[in-house]
Design a protein around this ligand. Structure first.
Ligand code: ZN
Length: 228
C-alpha cells in the first residue's frame, strides 16, 4: 500500500537519479543502481598497500587508508561531487557515504573502526556553504556501519584557502597547527575512521591524523570518496 502510494506520488514528483537524471525505482535512494555499479571503484579497501595508503608512508602512522572511486575529470562522479559541494545536495554525500560504509564493513582491514570523524571545515566556510560535505559522507558511513560519528569534537582554527601561494615549508607549518580536539578523552582507545571527500596530496588528512594520534591509545584509518 505504501509503495503504491510512493509510486503514485512519483508520477507527479518523480525522484530522479542525481547522476543520470533517470527516474529512481521505489527501493533506490538518490543514485540509481546502474550508476552506482558504473562508477569507477578502486577496491583499495581490500589491500593494505595501495596508492592512497602509500601517500602517508613516512609521514604519519595510519593503519589503513582507502578511497572508493577514482576521480576523473568530466566523469559522472565529478558531477555528483559538484552537487554535494556547491548545490546543497547533502543527500548525495550521505548516499555515497552509505555505499562506502557498506564496502568498509566487508573489509577485514576496516571493520574494526568504531568512530567516524569528518575532516572539519573552517567555521566561516561551513557557514557559507551551510554544511560540511565531509560530515554528510561521515554520517552515511556511520549509518551503514552502525557506529558513532563525532562531528564536533575536532575543529579547524585556520582557513587554508590561500595555501597555494605559500612555499612548501610555510605550508607545512600552517597545516600543523590547523586542527584542535576539544574532548580528547572521548577518543581514548578508539579506532578512528577519518573521512574526507577527495584525497589528493593527503596534507590535510595528515595534519588531522597527527592531531588525533595525540589522544591516548587511538589508531587512525582514512577513507575518502575518491582519489585524484
Ligand atoms: Zn543513474
Amino acid at each position: 500500500m505504501r509503495n503504491w502510494f510512493v509510486d503514485f506520488l512519483n508520477l507527479f514528483y518523480p525522484n530522479l537519479c542525481a547522476a543520470c537524471g533517470e527516474k529512481l525505482l521505489t527501493q533506490e535512494k538518490v543514485i540509481c543502481t546502474k550508476c552506482l555499479v558504473d562508477l569507477p571503484r578502486t577496491n583499495f579497501h581490500y589491500e593494505h598497500d595501495n596508492p592512497v595508503s602509500q601517500l602517508f608512508w613516512g609521514r604519519v602512522n595510519i593503519q589503513n587508508a582507502t578511497a572508493l572511486f577514482r576521480f576523473q575529470k568530466g566523469s559522472r562522479f565529478q558531477g555528483l561531487l559538484h552537487l554535494l559541494k556547491y548545490k546543497g545536495r547533502q543527500d548525495v554525500g550521505e548516499e555515497l557515504g552509505r555505499q562506502l560504509g557498506f564496502e568498509l564493513k566487508k573489509s577485514e582491514l576496516f571493520n574494526a573502526v568504531n568512530v567516524v570523524i569528518p575532516v572539519p571545515l573552517h567555521p566561516k566556510r561551513e557557514k557559507k556553504r551551510g554544511y560540511n560535505q565531509a560530515e554528510c559522507i561521515a554520517k552515511g558511513i556511520a549509518e551503514s556501519m552502525g557506529i558513532e560519528m563525532q562531528a564536533r569534537n575536532m575543529s579547524r582554527n585556520v582557513e587554508t584557502q590561500t595555501q597555494t601561494k605559500k612555499s612548501r615549508i610555510e605550508r607545512w607549518k600552517n597545516v600543523d597547527s590547523i586542527f584542535e580536539i576539544k574532548h580528547p578523552e572521548k577518543l581514548n582507545n578508539k579506532h578512528i575512521l577519518l573521512v574526507d571527500d577527495v584525497v589528493t596530496t593527503g596534507a590535510t588528512l595528515e595534519a588531522c591524523a597527527q592531531e588525533l594520534l595525540k589522544t591516548q591509545g587511538t589508531t587512525v584509518n582514512i577513507a575518502a570518496l575518491a582519489t585524484a
